[in-house]
Design a protein around this ligand. Structure first.
Ligand code: IVH
Length: 696
């Protein structure tokens, strides 16, 4: 239990009499109390107070919010998703990953999307690709697995690879059939969106408010909170619905097209969104988009855009995916929701790369169903360009889950008391100089790991999901351990188990949690090299590039050495680096800069004293082109360059942009030029397109 001043004597009526400072203190206290009771109730199944006592705490917190809207924050019970943490559910590995969608906002991009598909599939210009357009439901996606006609498991999306087992909860939703007809394939995974109707959401919130329980920020949070209940009986009482729109693993194809597949789903007993429309051109996609947008406010459920999908399933297969999004689908989002409010102040936040980001503190305002009290101002140039002053009325926008942004200041509403913000030239946290390079918009703190804020952000990134993913070591613990002086840089994580006694004695830790944490840390001493490279937080190196670097260099030391050599751009190591697909001069520059810094070299060396990175094996080791370096040149006839490249990479090859001694095969199409000549000079094997296809 938090050891702060208790507010035992506080009543709803006396809340109005508090000063703002006391109200803030009370709010912090109440929130911590509520959070610890949530854990006791949901995670430990061991409530320590009665439901009525719990309800009183929540009511007091809501009463303070009412009396002091300034204190509304994402941390308050009213803002939290009404769901318990994921540890309460068993994990389910998806048979096929649950992908996300690329987004577009601009209608012009619809044409580009179609062109990309045409080019990838190498279609004739007049060969039309058929699509479906369907609403993008604002709910939570779920994968339902049926075996021999029976629903055997249901899982949330989770991180796309592993989700949470919510089978019992799903069985309470009447839109979801528990049996499929006999004609359904033996293994049949159906995916779609769980949602709550807007009217049901409002009714639920009224009931929750009356009972002093959590109210939800929007229907999506209400649906998520209702589904992810430990007690499925609670889910059963919540009005949840389901639209089916995609497949996972299917043992026998049930249609050649997505539209045909949706028809089968209706026959199987699922609800398919009735606004789904077949379209054959940019014009028809856009007119369906406008039609669905015009119906949006009248629909019973929230939608935030329209999803376009290639109808032919064999083409979907060929198009495949980039990172976690399919090439064959696209979400065309509705424009962002806008609102106006007052800018109360500007704070500076320090990011993991040291960037000083100005953050607008706003008079809290509801934007499209979400209360917003902070917005990003991006960088110092933005404040000047938009002439944003403290005290201004500003317009802001929010698009889906994107961080709210200030669009403009409204100078005609000024009273004269507004003040111009002067951007600091030193880090407000560590005091080191904050420098803006000539070619950069961003000012950066030069304190590195000496800067408390930067080191905390870097450490939070280091343990994030795609990096070391250490359960039990979240932002809160990192801040705490950092403040205690135990955790300054990544290698310190692996020294934490030496502090067993001190850690076990921390408030809310205890022996069991400490043991779990140390087990989680120790289990990460052997870890995939790609995760380690990503964890270093090098600018522009996302997880996909990190994996590519891992595949190419096979060890951290070899990557570091190559980058050190590559400081000299005439060194072959530099060519090798930029020959890696997706690595251009700018990314190469950031990698080289990172490893050139002595501080980072030390960081890597210390880290390697504690961990053993595991080098990846090539994706398909039996493939004839696995691990080979391939260069395409000239025009291919049967495949587009993009498809050929994607196919080669899928089979484990590395596709390079230029020919060198290390190249294994050069595939020459028609009109091939200097690359074919260079290959001949270097004695590299040259293949025609036909020979290449035969090899595959
Ligand atoms: S298709 C491979 N269709 O959007 C693509 N997704 O941004 C699989 N969503 O995780 C998704 N409505 O939660 C698809 N009609 C729709 C959708 C839809 C909502 C959600 C879904 C998915 C997310 C991706």
């Amino acid at each position: 239990m938090p050891s702060q001043k208790p507010y035992d004597e506080l009543t709803i009526d006396s809340v109005n009499m508090l000063s703002e400072d006391t109200a803030r203190e009370a709010m912090v206290y109440l929130n911590e109390q509520i959070a610890s009771h949530d854990i006791a109730y949901h995670q430990k199944d061991a409530p320590v107070i009665s439901d009525a006592q719990y309800d009183t705490l929540v009511k007091l917190s809501l009463a303070i919010e009412n009396a002091f809207p300034n204190l509304i924050s994402q941390k308050n019970p009213s803002m939290r998703i009404g769901s318990a943490p994921s540890e309460q559910f068993a994990k389910v590995k998806h048979a096929r990953p649950m992908l996300s969608l690329s987004n577009i906002f601009d209608p012009e991009e619809v044409g580009l999307f179609i062109q990309r598909i045409n080019r990838f599939l190498n279609l004739f210009e007049d060969e039309a690709v058929g699509f479906t357009a369907e609403p993008r439901i604002d709910g939570l996606s779920i994968s339902l697995r049926y075996e021999k006609g029976r629903l055997i498991s249901a899982a949330t999306r989770g991180d796309g690879t592993t989700g949470e087992d919510v089978t019992q909860n799903i069985r309470t939703i009447s839109d979801i059939p528990s049996m499929l007809p006999e004609k359904a394939p033996d293994i049949c995974e159906i995916r779609g969106e769980i949602y709550m109707k807007k009217t049901d959401f409002h009714a639920l919130n009224i009931a929750q408010g009356d009972a002093g329980k959590k109210v939800f920020a929007n229907p999506r949070n209400a649906a998520a909170g209702s589904l992810r209940q430990k007690d499925a009986l609670i889910t059963a009482k919540r009005p949840l619905h389901f639209f089916a729109y995609a497949s996972g693993e299917i043992s026998k194809p049930i249609s050649n097209t997505h539209s045909g597949f949706l028809t089968c789903l209706s026959e199987f007993g699922f609800t398919v969104n009735p606004l789904t429309t077949k379209c054959g051109s940019v014009e028809s996609l856009l007119s369906t988009y406008h039609n669905i947008a015009s119906l949006r406010s009248e629909l019973e459920y929230d939608i935030d855009g329209v999803v376009y999908k290639v109808d032919r399933l064999d083409w979907q297969e060929r198009l495949g995916q980039v990172s976690r999004a399919p090439r064959w689908a696209m979400a065309h989002k509705f424009p962002a929701e806008q609102a106006e409010t007052r800018l109360l102040d500007i704070d500076i936040q320090i990011g993991r790369t040291g960037a000083l980001t100005p953050v607008a503190r706003l008079q809290p305002i509801n934007v499209g169903g979400v209360v917003v009290s902070n917005a990003t101002l991006h960088n110092e140039g933005e404040i000047g360009r938009k002439d944003i002053r403290i005290g201004d009325t500003v317009s802001l926008q929010r698009a889906g889950d994107v961080i709210p942004q200030i669009v403009a200041s409204l100078p005609n509403q000024r009273t004269g008391s507004e003040t111009v913000f002067s951007f600091p030239d030193s880090c407000p946290i560590c005091g080191y100089p904050a420098i803006r390079l000539d070619n950069e918009a961003v000012r950066r703190c030069t304190g590195g790991f000496n800067c408390h804020a930067q080191s905390v952000e870097r450490l939070i990134h280091f343990v994030s999901r795609d990096a070391f993913d250490i359960e039990g070591l979240g932002a809160k613990q990192i801040v705490l351990f950092n403040e205690l002086g135990w955790l300054k840089q990544p290698s310190d994580i692996f020294l934490l188990p030496h502090r067993r006694d001190e850690i076990a004695q921390l408030d809310r830790m205890g022996d069991k949690s400490a043991t779990n944490l140390f087990n989680a840390i120790n289990s990460r001493r052997e870890i995939a090299l790609g995760r380690v490279i990503f964890a270093l937080g090098i600018r522009q190196i996302g997880i996909a590039t990190a994996r590519l670097l891992a595949l190419t260099y096979q060890s951290l030391t070899s990557l570091q050495e190559s980058c050190l050599h590559a400081q000299d751009i005439t060194h072959p190591a530099y060519q090798d680096l930029i020959n890696i697909d997706q690595i251009g001069e700018s990314v190469a520059g950031d990698l080289i800069d990172f490893f050139a810094q002595e501080e980072n070299q030390k960081l890597v060396a210390r880290l390697l004293e504690h961990i053993t990175p595991i080098a990846p094996t090539t994706p398909i080791s039996t493939s004839p082109i696995s691990g080979k370096i391939i260069v395409f040149t000239g025009t291919l006839n049967q495949l587009s360059r993009a498809e050929a490249k994607a196919q080669a990479e899928r089979m484990g090859a590395k596709v390079a942009g230029s020919v060198s001694k290390k190249t294994d095969y050069v595939i020459v199409g028609s009109d091939s030029g200097s690359k074919a000549q260079k290959a001949a000079e270097l004695g590299v094997t040259i293949l025609t397109e036909e020979e290449w296809i035969a090899l595959l």
